[in-house]
Design a protein around this ligand. Structure first.
Ligand code: TYM
Length: 336
């Protein structure tokens, strides 16, 4: 059986990076896999969240997944905090994973910044909870953007060490699925930085809640360089690094149009950025507009979204219960 698990933080709505790097692929994968897509509110509180906003964003996140086309009759949208087994398994994994492994995690270094001493303990242990999310359902494949690859690899290390230490063949070795032309969407203001909801400038990203005028304005102000658009994909990492903004905008275009950077280069190469930006704006608005409208419609009916989340949690609890019970037995917890 092939099972997908993937997650997204509800902090502050979804960006175009989330959409192109992950969520858009999640929709396509429903054909061939049994899928669980999770709003990870436990992960969100590793950094400060206003409680009211967190609740609203969790519901909006679920509405967004419904709006992009996750079919909850066949698959599951899960709100992480509704299934306590995630946190319970994460504790066991905290005792399997090594401090040295966590020290290598680049996301922790990025998010903690210079003042590591005052980062939350949760932010440090974050990958262990992510491993628990995945392995609680024995997921075989995890579709993510580039930035989460290291965490999926750590999940494999945790599964392997657990199996080895307890001499069992219990957890599968999960494969990351990273594909498409936008596995790493960069900031519109700086092509060397990831597009992220935590960037101080709202002009660095396109949000799925942005209206057409806002999208047009952000793309118009996006950083470029003085040359015409490249007429071929970057030949090397060095070539990409020389024109990061140009290749980023072309990658976004390619992913939205469901084509390749090569095809975009053939069609638009040699044009001025202003002309390409108009085409990109038109395409972005055409692709995101219907999703945003549907998301708003669904979000206006909280009862319906909450019902989907309650049902998803119930199905997940049924799957998680026997796995956690078996883990407890394997590690030697007494069940009197
Ligand atoms: P999060 O919420 O940061 O991002 C959700 C998904 O979006 C992808 N992504 C991007 N892809 C391309 N370009 C970007 N600029 C960009 N920004 C974000 C991420 O790679 C991710 O796939 N730890 C995870 C959530 C998580 C999870 C899991 C994922 C919790 N448990 C289990 C998979 C399996 C996170 O914070 O993603």
């Amino acid at each position: 059986m092939k099972r997908i698990f993937s997650g997204i933080q509800p902090s502050g709505g979804f960006t175009l990076g989330n959409y192109l790097g992950a969520v858009k692929n999640w929709v396509a994968l429903q054909k061939d896999y049994e899928c669980i897509y999770c709003i990870v509110d436990l992960h969100a509180i590793t950094q400060w969240q206003d409680p009211q906003e967190l609740r609203a964003n969790s519901r909006l996140g679920a509405a967004t997944l419904m709006a992009v086309g996750i079919d909850t009759r066949k698959h599951i949208i899960l709100l992480q905090s509704l299934v306590p087994h995630h946190a319970q398994l994460a504790w066991v994994f905290n005792c399997v994973a090594r401090v040295g492994w966590m020290n290598r995690m680049t996301q922790f270094k990025d998010k903690a910044g210079k003042d590591r001493e005052s980062a939350s303990l949760g932010l440090y242990a974050y990958p262990s909870l992510m491993a628990a999310d995945i392995l609680l359902y024995k997921a075989t494949h995890v579709p993510v953007g580039e930035d989460q690859k290291q965490h999926v690899e750590l999940t494999r290390d945790i599964a392997q060490k657990f199996n080895h230490d307890y001499k069992v063949d219990f957890f599968p070795l999960t494969e990351p699925l990273i594909y498409g032309e936008a596995t790493r969407v960069m900031s519109l203001r700086d092509g060397t930085k990831k597009m992220s909801k935590s960037d101080a400038s709202d002009y660095s990203r396109i949000n799925l809640t942005d209206d057409a005028d806002t999208i047009a304005d952000k793309i118009k102000k996006a950083k470029t360089d003085p040359h015409p658009l490249p007429d071929a994909p970057p030949a090397s990492d060095k070539a990409r690094a020389a024109r990061p903004e140009a290749y980023n905008l072309m990658g976004i275009y390619a992913a939205l149009a469901e084509t390749t950077i090569d095809a975009v280069a053939k069609e638009h190469g040699g044009k001025q950025f202003s002309a390409f930006k108009n085409a990109l704006t038109e395409l972005t608005v055409a692709k995101l507009g219907p999703v945003t409208a549907e998301m708003r419609r669904l979000n206006a009916d909280p009862g319906a979204v909450d019902a989907v989340l309650r049902e998803g949690a119930e199905r997940c609890r049924t799957m998680a219960e026997p796995v956690l019970e078996e883990v407890y037995r394997i590690v030697g917890f007494l069940k009197p």
